[in-house]
Design a protein around this ligand. Structure first.
Ligand code: SAM
Length: 241
């Protein structure tokens, strides 16, 4: 039996109340994560309390920066989703969203296929590939109201990988930690070149913890120039300045 007391308490700080079915889905997800982690590298964290806080609660903390996800049927893409963070927790808690999960590692996409099937998640698309390769106009460019990304790259690189996917008027939210000031300064120009505008930063600690989170919100105010993203590897190797 899993104790959900702390998880419920944490989520109540974000005004999130899960249904019984959603709680069951989170537990199934936890079990699949631990099971598959036994034979592939998905996460360094497997302890129940830690997964609930550092993966699930953390992923859902997005509502502090982007409230619309609670009720609107928006299109969301998670770039470099890995084992599904933050995308899968968002989809469980807000099932009306249309979600795309993209990652360059095939085995992680396979895991996510299993998660989607076992949890019965609908309107979820899985893409195996590099973010640089799917942002073409004939593919996924400019199709999303919201792009999210956690622990993938520095803000300049990430902006080049993520902003092309966002519709004009949409948002890109990057899950960052404390070292954001320097990183934000270094990415300022790149964000502008790519059609973005820094909208806000939302810094807080996760409930009942000293785990620091900074949600960095970028508003897409203009179309991203066609030449971005550059070819695979370049955004990380030579971040725009
Ligand atoms: N977002 C997850 C999380 O917070 O737990 C995973 C983070 S993991 C450190 C980074 C993930 O980004 C890896 O699964 C990696 O395969 C993926 N990744 C890195 N660069 C990428 C790119 N250019 N396109 C697609 N996926 C990428």
């Amino acid at each position: 039996m899993y104790d959900l007391t702390q998880f419920r308490k944490d989520l109540s700080c974000f005004d999130i109340v899960l249904t019984e079915q959603m709680e069951e889905q989170f537990l199934q997800y936890y079990e699949l994560l631990v099971e598959w982690n036994g034979f592939m590298n998905l996460t360094a964290i497997t302890d129940y309390d830690e997964v609930m806080k550092k993966h699930f609660v953390d992923s859902l903390s997005l509502v502090k920066a982007y409230d619309k996800i609670r009720r609107e049927q928006i299109c969301v893409i998670d770039i470099g989703t890995g084992a599904g963070f933050p995308g899968i927790p968002l989809k469980i808690a807000f099932p009306q969203i249309k979600l795309t999960l993209l990652d360059s590692l095939q085995k992680r996409i396979k895991f996510l296929g299993e998660v989607a099937e076992k949890l019965g998640l609908q309107e979820i698309e899985l893409i195996h590939g590099r973010a640089e390769d799917f942002a073409k106009p004939s593919m996924k460019r400019g199709q999303y109201d919201l792009c999210v990304s956690r622990a993938v790259a520095n803000l300049s690189t990430l902006s080049e990988l993520c902003l092309p996917y966002v519709k004009e008027g949409g948002f890109f939210v990057s899950y960052k930690s404390e070292k954001i000031l320097e990183e934000a300064e270094a990415a300022k120009n790149a964000i502008q070149i790519l059609g973005g505008e820094i909208a806000e930063q939302n810094a807080f600690t996760l409930p009942d913890s000293d785990i620091y989170r900074n949600l960095f919100v970028i508003h897409k105010v203009k179309v991203t120039p066609k030449k971005y993203p550059r070819k695979a590897g370049l955004p990380a190797k030579e971040p725009l300045k």
